[in-house]
Each structure stands twice: as structure tokens, then as C-alpha cells.
Design a protein around this ligand. Structure first.
Ligand code: FES
Ligand code: FES
Length: 159
């Protein structure tokens, strides 16, 4: 099947079988390997992208379901000049990543949260990240990074 969608602001076309997952299409069809596949069963959140402005685990939808959609992946999160966005920079500054495998999904989930709640509480951040697993268990610093990106102090209740 032929597909056409906007990915990170650019119109792209491609072909996919009806059973091809959006995660596979992004990685294998478009070469956007920043979208990671950790489980392929909608548990880990590493494959999180935005589809029409909504946070989606891209292994939970078929590529064909995104036909005509606006898709944003981690590659589309940097500033226009190629520098890191405020959120990405906060992950770097607050050591919000260790191996980095979960990081694209964490950043995409956090971006969706901040769009909805510009200054979330620590509890709201932790609740929102419920579907994103970090095998390195770096949750404290991920929460700190999101607090910092939202312009809030990074001191946390859990410490
Ligand atoms: S790869 Fe999609 S949720 Fe784990
Ligand atoms: S930084 Fe390694 S899985 Fe999260």
C-alpha cells in the first residue's frame, strides 16, 4: 500500500504492507531510527511518537493508520538550527539518560505532557511516564529534567 504523511514537517511517501507497524515504517521505511523498539507489545514506550499532536506508542498502530497524518519523531524535536530543544538540553544537563535506549520515548512523552500541562507537578510527571520504562532505572533524573524544562526547581519530594 502506498502511504503519504507529514513526518517532522516534511511530506514523505512510502510503501508498507497492511500489517506494517508505524514503528517499523518510521525506522525501516524512512530511516528514522531514533524511534526505538524495545518490546513491540506496547509496554515499554521506547517507540513513542506524536501523531496529529497526540502521544502514541508507534508499535501499537499500523503505518496505514497514519496515512495522511502529521507525525513527529525524536528527530523532529531539535530546534530549527539543529541545536537541542529546551527539553532535550534539560535531559542532557540533568543526566536524564544512561544507556539512552528509553530516551526518545521519554522525551516524546514529556513533550506531550508539557504541551498539555506547562508546569506539571512531580506527581503528574511520574503518572504521565507510567507507560515508559527505563531499564537503567534513571527515573529520578528524568523527572528532574522535565521539571527543569518546565522552568521549575528540580528538588523532588522523593529525595
Ligand atoms: S516498542 Fe512500542 S511500547 Fe515498547
Ligand atoms: S537510560 Fe537506559 S533504558 Fe533508560
Amino acid at each position: 500500500m502506498k502511504l503519504k504523511m507529514h513526518v517532522n514537517g516534511r511530506e514523505v511517501t512510502g510503501e508498507a504492507e497492511g500489517r506494517t507497524l508505524l514503528s517499523a515504517f518510521l525506522r525501516d521505511g524512512l530511516g528514522l531510527t531514533g524511534t526505538h523498539i524495545g518490546c513491540d507489545t506496547s509496554q515499554c514506550g521506547a517507540c513513542t511518537v506524536h501523531v496529529n499532536g497526540r502521544q502514541v506508542k508507534s508499535c501499537t498502530m499500523f503505518a496505514i493508520e497514519a496515512d495522511g497524518a502529521e507525525v513527529t519523531t525524536i528527530e523532529g524535536m531539535e530546534n530549527a538550527d539543529g541545536s537541542l530543544s529546551v527539553l532535550q538540553q534539560a535531559f542532557q544537563d540533568h543526566h536524564g539518560l544512561q544507556c539512552g535506549f528509553c530516551t526518545p520515548g521519554m522525551v516524546m512523552a514529556a513533550a506531550a505532557l508539557l504541551r498539555e500541562i506547562p508546569q506539571p507537578t512531580e506527581a503528574q510527571i511520574r503518572a504521565h511516564l507510567d507507560g515508559n520504562i527505563c531499564r537503567c532505572t534513571g527515573y529520578h533524573n528524568i523527572v528532574k529534567a522535565i521539571l527543569a524544562a518546565s522552568g521549575q526547581p528540580v528538588a523532588m519530594a522523593a529525595e
